[in-house]
Ligand binder design. Sequence first.
Ligand code: COS
Length: 398
Amino acid sequence: MLDFSLSPEQLELQALVRQFTKNEILPHIKTWDENHHFETGVIRKLAELGLMGVCIPEQYGGAGMDYNALAIVCSELEYGDTAYRTAVSVHTGLHSMTLLQWGTEDQKQRYLVPQAQGRALAAFALTEPDAGSDAGAIRTRAVRVGDEYVLNGSKLWISMANHADHLLVFATVNPALKHRGMTAFIVERNFPGVTTRPITGKLGIHGGDTGEVILEDVRVPVENRLGEEGEGFKIAMSALDNGRFTVAAGAVGLTRACLDASVKYALTRKTFGKEIGRHQLVQQMIAKMEAGLQISELLVYRAGWLKNRGVRNTRETSLAKWIAADTAFEAANNAVEIHGAYGYSNEYPVERFLRNARALVIYEGTREIHTIMQAEYALGFRQDKPLNRMLPAWNPEV
Ligand code: COS
């Protein structure tokens, strides 16, 4: 049986986050974006509402809702701004859910619980100056010395680097092993040798925190290794299965923001004696946004449905991320087009949407990576097999 409806709890959550975005983000975002300001008060308030661990089981400090509840939170937040959805993406999608999937009970108690309760902020440190799409090429080294690992290297383009308390860091214990040498570590910001600095000059997400992480002789206890030595690539890829899901869900919110802004403008602005929404070329752009919105949403909820069932969903999540991000980018570009010269000014929000949407197409797997993955699945060159550690299926009783 197919059911396309949201549950009463999901509808309640959607209304809650929609109101939150309207009250706490939208009135300020123009100023924050102009001033390159990330407002930590938004995160504190999200935590108070239990939204920093919405799909984490209650036994680990979360709200115990399903994985599509996380999609709802991301979509509603990105309607306000990409910066706050990105914060939830790296915190819950890339870090907390990875601890839920791969962590020991001790790691869950020490790190997942404070994250889900919103007492600690988490981020994900995979990308390096010379390793983006080719994630297996990372150079950050981890050398085991007794009961510790010593980490050295640097990470780039790390969202929330300057605010996160916990970093999920990927390093190699043996570069000759390529991706099979990769190993994951939970690193606390206050471990000696960890420094971060902001990245400036970004095209978009001006209201968000992006940074560099430098690791100099950082001593990480062996209890903070996530999974086994050499399991890091699988852990990173499975984390991206969840991170990409949150990006796709956020893209749905961004497309909806583009559509709403465009409809509002098209119903008031007049040219040639009528509202521009009466002109067929404007209607074509509006129609594409509407179609893209519906398609993206269906792809996101299908991926979430698979997660709820505890089924591997790399293929479906990659498709959702690719299509939803491309859709948001096209919608933002068309929203600027519809607004004409006003669209080029920050008097209207659509120029911010366009700058922000560009990031969605790049991070958590570029358009090119997802295109190749989808071709390989279709051609039979790539297949998803169950993993030895799956993300737990959603169980409302837990
Ligand atoms: N979950 C768990 N394991 C996975 C996995 C997933 N989603 N995807 C792949 N793996 C495993 C495979 O099973 C394989 O295991 P074995 O070595 O035991 O066979 C291993 O990882 C290698 O996988 P694969 O052969 O698919 O790797 P490829 O080099 O062909 O492709 C791509 C990897 C290009 C798809 C990958 O590197 C990628 O997604 N790159 C983009 C990285 C990215 O998104 N970076 C953004 C960082 S955050 S902004």
